[in-house]
Design a protein around this ligand. Sequence first.
Ligand SMILES: *[C@@H]1O[C@H](CO)[C@@H](O)[C@H](O)[C@H]1NC(C)=O
Ligand SMILES: *[C@@H]1O[C@H](CO)[C@@H](O)[C@H](O)[C@H]1NC(C)=O
Ligand SMILES: *[C@@H]1O[C@H](CO)[C@@H](O)[C@H](O)[C@H]1NC(C)=O
Ligand SMILES: *[C@@H]1O[C@H](CO)[C@@H](O)[C@H](O)[C@H]1NC(C)=O
Ligand SMILES: *[C@@H]1O[C@H](CO)[C@@H](O)[C@H](O)[C@H]1NC(C)=O
Ligand SMILES: *[C@@H]1O[C@H](CO)[C@@H](O)[C@H](O)[C@H]1NC(C)=O
Ligand SMILES: *[C@@H]1O[C@H](CO)[C@@H](O)[C@H](O)[C@H]1NC(C)=O
Ligand SMILES: *[C@@H]1O[C@H](CO)[C@@H](O)[C@H](O)[C@H]1NC(C)=O
Ligand SMILES: *[C@@H]1O[C@H](CO)[C@@H](O)[C@H](O)[C@H]1NC(C)=O
Ligand SMILES: *[C@@H]1O[C@H](CO)[C@@H](O)[C@H](O)[C@H]1NC(C)=O
Ligand SMILES: *[C@@H]1O[C@H](CO)[C@@H](O)[C@H](O)[C@H]1NC(C)=O
Length: 665
Amino acid sequence: MDLRLKLFISTFLLSMVFSETRGPGTIKKQFIGPFNPANQEFVVPGAGGISNGALQVTPDSGGKDYHGLFNQSGRVLFKDSFKLHDKGARVASFNTSFFINIQKLSITSGHGEGHGEGMAFMIAPDLGLPPGSQGQYLGLTNVTTDGNATNRLVAIEFDTFKQDFDPDDNHIGLNINSVKSKKNVSLSDRGIHIQLVPEGAKNFTIWIQYDGGNKTLQVFMVGEANPLPAGRRPNDPVMIADLDIAKYVSERSYFGFAASTGSAIELHCVLGWNLTVENLSEDEGLVIEAKIALGVGVALLLILLAGWWIQRTLYKKYKTANDPTIRGTLQSLPGTPREFRYRDLKVATDNFNEKNKLGQGGFGVVYKGVLSKESLQIAVKRFSRDNVKSKDDFLAELTIINRLRHKHLVKLLGWCYKNGKLLLVYEYMPNGSLDAHIFCGEEKETLRWDLRYQIISGVASALHYVHNEYEQKVVHRDLKASNIMLDSSFNAQLGDFGLARAIENGKTSYAELEGVPGTLGYIAPECLHTGKATRESDIYGFGAVVLEVVCGQRPWTKIGGFCFLVDWVWSLHRDGRILEAVDERLRGEYVAEEAERLLLLGLACSHPNASERPKTQAILQIASGSLPVPYVPPFRPAFVWPSAGAVEENIDSEYTDDLTVTISH
Ligand SMILES: *[C@@H]1O[C@H](CO)[C@@H](O)[C@H](O)[C@H]1NC(C)=O
Ligand SMILES: *[C@@H]1O[C@H](CO)[C@@H](O)[C@H](O)[C@H]1NC(C)=O
Ligand SMILES: *[C@@H]1O[C@H](CO)[C@@H](O)[C@H](O)[C@H]1NC(C)=O
Ligand SMILES: *[C@@H]1O[C@H](CO)[C@@H](O)[C@H](O)[C@H]1NC(C)=O
Ligand SMILES: *[C@@H]1O[C@H](CO)[C@@H](O)[C@H](O)[C@H]1NC(C)=O
Ligand SMILES: *[C@@H]1O[C@H](CO)[C@@H](O)[C@H](O)[C@H]1NC(C)=O
Ligand SMILES: *[C@@H]1O[C@H](CO)[C@@H](O)[C@H](O)[C@H]1NC(C)=O
Ligand SMILES: *[C@@H]1O[C@H](CO)[C@@H](O)[C@H](O)[C@H]1NC(C)=O
Ligand SMILES: *[C@@H]1O[C@H](CO)[C@@H](O)[C@H](O)[C@H]1NC(C)=O
Ligand SMILES: *[C@@H]1O[C@H](CO)[C@@H](O)[C@H](O)[C@H]1NC(C)=O
Ligand SMILES: *[C@@H]1O[C@H](CO)[C@@H](O)[C@H](O)[C@H]1NC(C)=O
């Protein structure tokens, strides 16, 4: 049998094994009570535990000793983390439902009858519990940390004790990094009638539904007066809130429950819990499923993998040599860049371990690595499209970047080609990509103004170099904040030349590029019509980056009634208050004259008419202050296409390359 066919069949069988446990695109966990105290799926920091068949978020009375129940806090968390967002680019949806029981006890510490304090469903950055989180803090925060963005917490509280800041002792609330809710709904309201701590034992089911697409959170509850049979979700939510979890929680976070008691006590029991999270991660999710499919699943998997490995080894023998065209091309490259051994790169990146993944883009995945012999940190890009396209992608990027030498371009260290695997090795950038510093959430310090200015100047000089100074002119085609890397002193290093193409006539037919991922907001309007990348369209992308860096907003942000950042900034310019666009996180610590210069430059580069955009030479001079900012009309001119003036003729059309644009965020 043909080896490839066998391989295909193995893969097919493999996917059958998993199809039983895996829903399309989601990760499902189902925890059905009664819970066994030996259950290893939960981590229980704090005073709670697993007893009487329930997850006891704060201690259970055990029927006798009440003393240990006062002033306690605890959490019960599922032991594995979930990927919830990519720095805001994608946000996972999740649904959860749980069956709980908050039980009143017939004893208080002498302050009369009462119950407290409450519990919460939470998203947490780790599996710990802050000390001092008893009483009003619900196991979420404490007197020092309450309200601090470094908590990275989002929780739905079920609050049974009235504090000064609470509406009553029977409400739910949306808590972000604080026990003071952003939004609250009293359950005693007309039309809801739910008593969180009823007289006598009563179980409740609660559903929380979060949509990462429209960023809406909905909470549903079945109360005593609800006629629905247990287990059926009501149609109307008790609370709806707008919530972008990517702004608050860690990229990978944990789900679970928190609760506390004070001088008033109660029991906080979870009797059953379902959790479905959209699958954003690749390999990590597989790990979770593999654990579920244990026994038969894992055994089968091992057998299949063994078979696959044997076939692969055989297949290698068929392939006597590596593709000679690639090697030939590589050896004819000027300066012949260094060739790395595949084995060394594999060791350096811990076998391309997911945890070393730095990013994805331009047709490959980039991993961090350390060459221990040379104690050198590297970034390794592994090409990931199918074999034929990968070769073209690889050669295109290597040929271009190998010739470019500039202090604001990420430096290529070498390459590796082994058994069809194509890798490029770049200098490692310790401070990551620019977008991570602008859109870092509140936990990280925001990028200082002088550094922002320095970064923009660096990008401008890199762009000027690739467009003009280097003999073989190049268009980058994918200019955006995530492709601008930062070295240890926060100098910009333009990276990811995966889509870059030389625009020299004739010599550039690497491959037809299908589905080139342009990113909305960075693409010049004419590109959507011509499909051609030009130096002018690169400058449009540069303008989008400038506005992004100064305003601290993504180009496609809906803001001030506009769909794109550029339109909003333009309207502020018209109203003579352009400085209001400057990133609030700078708290006014910036140089007004510089900010205005950059904002106007950003607008000028975003001119809908490509031939009106400044050239890189002028951009450099404007950035350095030696040339005044070009005139920016008060209204953003309309984009006209096809125009009587034929825009295409006005732009340097000999320096173009085909670009099929598909839009992605
Ligand atoms: C959550 O539930 C809603 C309504 O049943 C459904 O449309 C959505 O796909 C679910 N989301 C996830 C991540 O399971
Ligand atoms: C969890 O899901 C199962 C199956 O859909 C259902 O029978 C059970 O009632 C759910 N449990 C909770 C707490 O929602
Ligand atoms: C609050 O929690 C933090 C850690 O989360 C801890 O360092 C601090 O000491 C705690 N404060 C109090 C008053 O317990
Ligand atoms: C928030 O916490 C961090 C570290 O835990 C601390 O450095 C910072 O000062 C705190 N911020 C406020 C406003 O308390
Ligand atoms: C809580 O709800 C009450 C009544 O709906 C409202 O007056 C109060 O401002 C809310 N508090 C917060 C923090 O939203
Ligand atoms: C609550 O749920 C537990 C566990 O499923 C069950 O043993 C108990 O009878 C239920 N209580 C009520 C009042 O329904
Ligand atoms: C968001 O999507 C959910 C479905 O996932 C829907 O129920 C809800 O109404 C939507 N909210 C808004 C504000 O569009
Ligand atoms: C709980 O803590 C509060 C405040 O620290 C204290 O006043 C109260 O006496 C404590 N209650 C018990 C029963 O220990
Ligand atoms: C998540 O999705 C990736 C790729 O789509 C897949 O490889 C992985 O197995 C999925 N994980 C789970 C738990 O479904
Ligand atoms: C930037 O990189 C330097 C050198 O590795 C490091 O010391 C510094 O902490 C980094 N800064 C940030 C904000 O990551
Ligand atoms: C674009 O600008 C050029 C040069 O200023 C001008 O000749 C042309 O008419 C303009 N095109 C449109 C459509 O406004």
